[in-house]
Design a protein around this ligand. Structure first.
Ligand code: RIB
Ligand code: CA
Length: 307
C-alpha cells in the first residue's frame, strides 16, 4: 500500500492534536500535503492558530496550514465545547507558531491540490465538521473521482451519540456531512461506534508520561484536561487507520445523515442488512466497528515515542 499523501482537515481540539501528532510521527506511512482548519471545537481563528502551534510542537513548521470555513453551511454554529479547554488544546503551555497561515482559503487548497496531483493519489482525512470538503465538492465536483480515499471521524451508525441524537461533527454541519456522504468518494467512517472503544485509562497516562520530550509531555498535559470530561480520543482512530488499517474492521453500509430537521439534525442513518440493501440502498461507506483497543494504544504510543 503506498503511503497516504494526506490533507488533514481538522478543528483542534485535543483529540485532533493527538491525531495530527500521530500522523506527523509516521512519515513512512503519511506524507502530509497540508492541514486545513474549520470552525468546530473552537472558532476558526483558534483552530487555525492551534494547528500552527501543533506544527511547531511537531517540528514541522514547513507544513502548509490554511484557514477554511468559519461557520457551518446553513445552521448557526453549535454550542462551544469546553471539553478541550478555553484555548482548544487543554490550556497547556505550547510553543508559538513558527510559520504564518498560508494565503488563500482551505477550500481552494483542497481543490487545487486534488486537481494538480495525479489521480487517486491524495487522501482526505476529515476530523471536524465537514464544511471545507463539502464546499470543495460543490465548487469543483471534478475532485470527487480524483480522491484516493476519504477517512473521517463523524457520526454514530450503530449507537446513539453522547448527549444528543447526533455526534458533534455531524451535528455541527449536517448539510456538509450530507454533501460529502452522498458525493461518491470511497469513504471510511470512524463514528462513535468505534471511538467509544478508544477510551484512555490510567495505564495509558502512565505510558504517555514515561515518554520524554516536549511533545509527549504537552500531549499528556492536554489529555489530563480533556479526559476529565471525555476519555475518548475520537479523532486518533482515523489517523491510526491510515498507519495500520489492519487494526480495524467494519461493515459496508448505506450511510446518510439527517439535515432537514432541527430536532434530529446530524442523526446518522445506516442501512446494511440484506433486506435493506435488497430494497435498493447502495452501500456508500465502510463503517468501522471493531478494533483491538490494546493494539490501538500500543500503536499510538509507539509512534508518539518517536518524538
Ligand atoms: O464527536 C467527536 C468529534 O467532535 C471529534 O472530532 C472532536 O474533536 C470534535 O470535533
Ligand atoms: Ca475534531
Amino acid at each position: 500500500m503506498p503511503p497516504h499523501r494526506l490533507i488533514l482537515d481538522c478543528d483542534p481540539g485535543v483529540d485532533d492534536a493527538f491525531a495530527m501528532m500521530l500522523a506527523f510521527a509516521a512519515p513512512e506511512k503519511i506524507e502530509m500535503l497540508g492541514v486545513t482548519c474549520v470552525a468546530g471545537n473552537r472558532p476558526l481563528d483558534q483552530t487555525a492558530y492551534n494547528a500552527r502551534r501543533l506544527c511547531a510542537l511537531a517540528g514541522r513548521p514547513e507544513i502548509p496550514v490554511y484557514a477554511g470555513c468559519a461557520r457551518p453551511i446553513m445552521w448557526a454554529e453549535g454550542e462551544p465545547v469546553d471539553v478541550h479547554g478555553k484555548d482548544g488544546l487543554g490550556d497547556v503551555s505550547l510553543p508559538e507558531p513558527k510559520a504564518p497561515l498560508r494565503d488563500g482559503h482551505a477550500v481552494q487548497f483542497i481543490i487545487d491540490t486534488v486537481m494538480r496531483e495525479p489521480e487517486k493519489t491524495v487522501t482526505l482525512c476529515c476530523i471536524g465538521p465537514m464544511t471545507n470538503l463539502a464546499l470543495a465538492i460543490v465548487m469543483e465536483p471534478r475532485i470527487v473521482p480524483r480522491i484516493r480515499e476519504l477517512v473521517f471521524m463523524g457520526g454514530a451508525a450503530f449507537r446513539m451519540a453522547m448527549y444528543r441524537v447526533s455526534e458533534f461533527n455531524f451535528y455541527s454541519d449536517p448539510h456538509a456531512a450530507h454533501i460529502v456522504l452522498s458525493a461518491g468518494i470511497p469513504q471510511t467512517m470512524f463514528g462513535l461506534d468505534i471511538t467509544y472503544q478508544a477510551e484512555v485509562n490510567p495505564g495509558i497516562f502512565q505510558r504517555l508520561d514515561a515518554l520524554t520530550g516536549p511533545a509527549p509531555k504537552a500531549l499528556a498535559d492536554m489529555l489530563r484536561t480533556y479526559a476529565s470530561m471525555d476519555p475518548r480520543l475520537h479523532d486518533v482512530v482515523a489517523t491510526a487507520y491510515l498507519i495500520e488499517p489492519g487494526l480495524f474492521d467494519g461493515v459496508e453500509a448505506h450511510v446518510s445523515v439527517e439535515y432537514t430537521s432541527p430536532t434530529t439534525r446530524g442523526l446518522t442513518v445506516a442501512r446494511w442488512t440484506p433486506p435493506q440493501l435488497a430494497a435498493g440502498y447502495q452501500t456508500n461507506t465502510r463503517v468501522i466497528t471493531k478494533t483491538d483497543p490494546a493494539a490501538f494504544f500500543d500503536l499510538m504510543l509507539t509512534y508518539l515515542a518517536r518524538y
